[in-house]
Design a protein around this ligand. Structure first.
Ligand code: ADP
Ligand code: GN1
Ligand code: MG
Length: 364
């Protein structure tokens, strides 16, 4: 945790009028250090920002990430022109005093700032079908707005991010390396994953079209309006890059159909609830139906299986490696996270035929 005065010094590097007032840790993301930062300006109110210390262990080329985000937010903002609340509907980068969209501090650490989106919030666990519908619709619309992004292909901010066969190979290496000496305690989980090796290839081997996708469409990466419940702004844009529609749909099913926490220890609470799945499917198609090909629609349920499986083996690999990637607040947390994913995958497997039937019934 970086001291408040150090955060204040960083915040002052951005183009904000007024005096620094406060900074507090914010949110529950697994990757960056996020702060809510306030500035005041005498009697004239002030500014409220989200300031983020970018995790460069994970995002090794932060400048390329920020260039992606600048292009994506500029494009989306232009599409929203004319809407009275356009500034709430897309992340707004705050430039530094030097005119860049990132800041490097004295220790060589990378930072960025966004305007704080007020009157909206994120949820770590889904509560209602309506939330699932709204969040999925927002991600579908986000993909649609980016379908005509001009210019070069976006940079791959994390190469091979959703290359699930490669993730599986990394998982096998983590088992063999057994860096933290934990493999003997997780034989059941390892066997579960090994048995499903073939799931990994289902999306990448299907010859589907490349799109601009978000790639991290978990529920807490979309802000829901506090009054209306509408999904108003898609956030956490680090991994927006070329990808498959099924990756995004899969992560929505992963995080919007199960009301339990990602690290829930009582596995009896973990299941894919069909009514939530229906809400995710209808919400996503409301946003994305008009550009998806028939093959992409057909791939959506495989996407759910692949992404839940991928996430399970990513958590298990990190547990085996000694918790080096995801933030953890207690020991065994990555293993708990892995177990919820595997339980969810079993639940999806059981309901797969019904899921396919529903997808086809809404016009596939
Ligand atoms: P991470 O990559 O670590 O998940 P996020 O960019 O998702 O980081 O930010 C963490 C949390 O901070 C989000 O889940 C959300 O609650 C909050 N947040 C992020 N950006 C904003 C913003 N512009 N306005 C308000 N809250 C935000
Ligand atoms: C991370 O940044 P955050 O917390 O939204 C991770 C995702 C995982 C997710 C699991 C860059 O997302 O890929 O699906 O945790 N982000 C990165 O909760 O690895
Ligand atoms: Mg996030």
């Amino acid at each position: 945790m970086i001291e408040e005065h150090a955060v204040a010094a960083v915040a002052r590097a951005f183009q904000i009028d007024g005096e620094f007032e406060s900074a507090a840790r914010y949110g529950s993301g697994h990757i960056h250090d996020t702060y809510s930062v306030r500035f005041h300006e005498g009697g004239r109110g002030g500014a409220h920002l989200i300031l983020q210390h970018i995790n460069t262990k994970i995002f090794k080329n932060p400048v390329a990430v920020m260039e992606n985000i600048r292009r994506v937010t500029t494009h989306v903002r232009a599409k929203l022109d004319g809407l009275p609340d356009a500034d709430q509907r897309v992340l707004q980068l705050v430039p530094t005093r030097e005119g860049r969209v990132w800041h490097v501090d004295q220790e060589g650490q990378y930072w960025r700032a966004y305007r704080f989106i007020e009157s909206a919030r994120t949820f770590d666990e889904v509560r209602t079908e309506r939330q699932a519908f709204e969040a999925a619709k927002a991600f579908g619309q986000f993909q649609r707005m980016l379908a005509d992004l001009p210019g070069e292909r976006l940079s791959e901010s994390i190469p091979h991010f959703h290359d699930t066969p490669r993730r599986f190979a990394d998982f096998e290496s983590a088992v063999n390396a057994d860096a933290a000496g934990r493999a003997k305690h997780v034989q059941e989980e390892i066997a579960f994953a090994m048995k499903r090796r073939s799931v990994a290839g289902a999306l990448v081997e299907a010859g589907l079209p490349e799109r601009v996708t978000h790639n991290d469409t978990k529920l807490n990466n979309v802000m829901l309006d506090e009054q209306t419940g509408e999904g108003i702004c898609v956030i956490d844009l680090d991994t927006v890059m070329p990808g498959l529609a099924g990756y995004d749909f899969g992560d929505m099913v992963r995080t919007m159909t199960c009301p339990a926490a990602e690290d829930e220890q009582d596995l009896s609470q973990v299941e894919m609830r069909f009514s939530f799945f229906e809400a995710v499917l209808r919400g996503y198609l409301t946003g994305a139906a008009d550009f998806l090909t028939a093959a992409e629609r057909e791939s959506l349920i495989s996407g759910a299986k692949v992404i839940v499986f991928e996430q399970g083996i990513r958590f298990l690999s990190d547990h085996l490696a000694g918790d080096t990637y995801y933030k953890v607040s207690r020991s065994g947390q990555n293993l708990d996270r892995c177990r919820t994913q595997f339980k969810l995958l079993e639940s999806i497997e059981r309901q797969e035929l019904e899921m396919i039937k529903l997808l086809r019934s809404i016009g596939c």
